[in-house]
Design a protein around this ligand. Structure first.
Ligand SMILES: *Cc1c(COP(=O)(O)O)cnc(C)c1O
Length: 379
């Protein structure tokens, strides 16, 4: 039997190659062309007003902090309340800009707990960084209100949330935050190789985002001084920006992946439904709940068990290779200053498992996984 992996990215190969071929034949693989086409497609799909395609979500998170720090005049050492239950990119982004990550605890959805966020607000708090773990909105609406009431910015790390919609309005998530970022890394719901998106809410930040993501080069100045389209070499450079821009090859792959996102997420929800049905009567297996507020993208199917590491090894013996999302970030040396401030996250960190979830899974494989799991936890 082939091993059953946590993630297996699926591409529509012929269709994707055709999009890439167009770039190669045109001789345009860099910034522009398919990146612009994909930005338009993403805005249409999500209904978000702005979208700027970047080379990763890590870059997008960093850029989000840069933009807000500049716009709001934040000082070094100002605080951003964030979660320990995430990929380290989320928290590194805060440190890249010399701000201070203050960790708040998570709730049963593994997303930030509003009560804990409220507790951590000080006079140096400037923003909240919220991660929709597994595509779940958790208590995002309460967090949004806390931010509004306390005059804090909200950054949404929606890396897992491509396709997550609000159950009541049917709208795609993203507009509740000042800046939302998405990941199109290979194992995410909308796979490319590496790329991401930053979605801001106001026009001014969109202009800044474009400058900062391309070495600080301002084409606006060029447009003013050479409105005829000549003198292309007369752009201005305003600040030490970064090389965060996406490219047309990734844009081409993304355009095809986006076409199938709804269908793919529906299949993910179906697989999660199989897991729910097969695991619901096993009290040793606790399923991480989805918020009823949303129709989630289902990037992950997470459970919590005792003796997690033993269970993982036993699953590996059965040729099943799940993952863990995530180890509490305060277990890493550089974030250890916050250890013991988030007990719920710390406890989950030792108990959670992400079961295999991808587009090639069959019902029989899910049944095989669940049968093994039920036997292992009852031993
Ligand atoms: C994948 C991921 C990132 C980073 O995405 P890249 O596109 O690989 O840079 C950030 N945050 C979370 C929660 C992620 O899962």
């Amino acid at each position: 039997m082939d091993p059953i992996q946590l993630f297996v990215p699926t591409f529509r190969v012929d269709e994707t190659l055709e999009e890439i071929r167009i770039c190669l034949e045109k001789g345009w693989t860099g910034l522009g062309f398919k990146t612009v086409e994909f930005e338009e497609a993403w805005k249409t799909y999500t209904g978000l007003p702005y979208a700027h395609f970047l080379n990763s979500a890590t870059g997008a998170l960093h850029l989000a902090v840069i933009l807000l720090k500049e716009q709001c005049g934040w000082m070094d050492g100002d605080e951003i309340i964030t979660t320990p239950m995430t990929f380290v990119s989320t928290n590194h982004a805060i440190l890249y800009e010399k701000l201070s990550p203050v960790f708040a605890d998570v709730d049963e959805t593994l997303c930030l707990d509003p009560a804990s966020v409220q507790e951590r607000i000080t006079n140096k708090t400037r923003a909240v960084m919220y991660v929709g773990v597994g595509g779940n909105t958790g208590r995002l609406r309460e967090i949004e209100k806390i931010c509004r009431d306390n005059n804090l910015k909200l950054i949404l790390d929606a890396s897992h949330m491509s396709g997550t919609r609000w159950a009541d309005t049917g709208k795609h998530v993203g507009n509740e935050a000042d800046i939302s970022i998405f990941s199109f890394q290979a194992v995410k719901n909308l796979p490319t190789g590496d790329s991401g998106m930053i979605c801001v809410r106001d026009a001014e930040l969109e202009v800044e985002a474009r400058k900062w993501s391309w070495l600080g080069i301002s084409k606006d100045t060029y447009a003013r001084t050479a409105s005829q389209g000549t003198y292309k070499w007369y752009y201005d450079v305003e600040h030490t920006g970064f090389k965060f821009n996406g490219n047309s090859i990734m844009g081409a792959i993304a355009l095809v992946s986006l076409k199938y996102l709804e269908q793919d997420n529906a299949f993910r929800r179906q697989v999660c439904g199989w897991y729910d049905m097969l695991l619901k009567d096993t009290p040793q297996i606790q399923r991480i709940p989805m918020s009823p507020d949303c129709i989630p993208s289902r990037h992950l199917y997470q459970i919590a068990v005792d003796r997690r590491d033993e269970v993982m090894l036993a699953l590996n013996q059965a040729n099943i290779f799940p993952g863990v999302h995530y180890r509490d970030n305060t277990l890493y040396r550089m974030y250890a200053y916050a250890q013991e401030t988030c007990p719920r996250s710390m406890e989950a960190s030792d108990r959670i498992i992400s079961l295999p979830l991808h587009l090639r899974l069959s019902y029989n494989q899910v049944e095989y996984i669940c049968n093994n799991l039920k036997q292992i936890v009852s031993e």
